[in-house]
Write a protein that binds this ligand. Structure first.
Ligand code: NAD
Ligand code: AKB
Length: 310
């Protein structure tokens, strides 16, 4: 029987992933865990767990008979730049603690997310290929690239079943984003709903790959449920949704709120965005495990505008 542990369950992705996993596999079979309790604790098991503590992790895994772990705990790009040493420690130690449980056959399967942040300024920016130059210039990107290499190593050397996606910037209304460079594309909807002028921390013509959360959750569960032989890439798969600039999403929001205003005040996050791809080629995910995104920019804007609560 499937027994799942989600680590980092109170964050932007975890909040929605836990709900969908519980819908599919049963509330009692999905244990949520985080260093902080979620704002509203949904029905179902929750453990307070610091992923850097391998002993507590083992105890939680054994207490609930866990056989699959979704590891979401990490510092994201903007927060990581403010505390590089801690970001490296959290992002790497958390991953090793989980991979080692899989190496020791205590758990059977691991999901660990990578990011478009693995790419850097020397990577081709348009339709970035699955395999290409990767020289990330942020501590977050360096930790994700190192994580990908370790996932592949554990898969090839120890037979660990680890599956990974390079998420683009994720857009959702249930839980706020946790300190990334793509967060502006969520924040813009809160300003629009509050009828405030939006101050954008990126320049108007900065394209970035993005995705609506429902697509990302579906991709996450699809890759985990695919037969193991279909997962040919053991590092991490490129995944594409929608690419747009701040000006393009602003124009879309203005269709829903015609008086909405924006100003551009780029900060340190501009340099991070400039080092990332503008669009992604995800043909390997499509070929290997049947990935296809469902939401375009206009769907996304409509859903966000209708659902963001201010
Ligand atoms: P988030 O910051 O919203 O959530 C992370 C959660 O981890 C938080 O609830 C936090 O309390 C928890 N956490 C932090 N330290 C912990 C620890 N020591 N032990 C246990 N829990 C801890 O992040 P998110 O957006 O949900 O991202 C989840 C994962 O997906 C991360 O690995 C991130 O790099 C990756 N990712 C996210 C995006 C995105 O746009 N959201 C894009 C690419 C990759
Ligand atoms: C961030 O901006 O840090 C994340 C990501 C793309 O990894 N949203």
């Amino acid at each position: 029987m499937k027994k799942i542990l989600v680590v980092g369950s109170s964050g932007q992705i975890g909040t929605e992933l836990v709900l969908e996993l519980r819908n599919r596999f049963g509330t009692q079979n999905v244990v949520a865990s985080d260093i902080r309790k979620p704002e509203s604790l949904p029905e179902g098991p929750f453990e307070e767990l610091d992923i850097m503590n391998a002993e507590v992790l083992s105890a939680v895994v054994s207490k609930h008979g866990i056989n699959e772990v979704y590891l979401l705990a990490a510092l994201l790009s903007a927060t990581a730049e403010k505390n590089p040493e801690f970001a490296w420690k959290l992002n790497m130690e958390g991953l090793f603690n989980v991979l080692n449980l899989a190496k020791d056959k205590v758990i059977k399967k691991v999901f660990w997310p990578s990011s478009i942040a693995v790419f850097g300024p020397t990577t081709p920016r348009v339709n970035t290929p699955q395999f290409t130059v990767m020289e990330p210039s942020t501590v977050y990107g360096i930790s994700k690239l190192a994580g990908e290499r370790w996932c592949e190593y554990y898969a090839k050397q120890y037979g660990v079943d680890v599956r990974s996606i390079r998420y683009p910037g994720l857009i959702s209304y249930t839980s706020l984003p946790g300190g990334g460079t793509t967060d502006y594309a969520v924040d813009i909807f809160y300003s629009a709903k509050k009828k405030e002028k939006f101050s954008c921390f990126l320049k108007e013509d900065t394209p970035l790959p993005m995705m609506y959360m429902e697509d990302a959750i579906r991709a996450t569960i699809d890759i985990m449920e695919a037969p193991e032989e279909q997962i040919k890439i053991k590092s991490s798969y490129n995944l594409a949704g929608i690419s747009f600039t701040p000006e393009e999403i602003y124009n879309e929001v203005r269709k829903l709120s015609p008086d909405f205003e924006i100003e551009y005040k780029p900060d340190f996050r501009q340099a991070i965005a400039d080092s990332w791809p503008g669009s992604i080629d995800d043909s390997r995910a499509q070929e290997d495990w049947g990935w296809k995104s469902r939401y375009n920019l206009s769907d996304l804007a409509q859903i966000m505008f209708n659902n963001v609560q201010v």
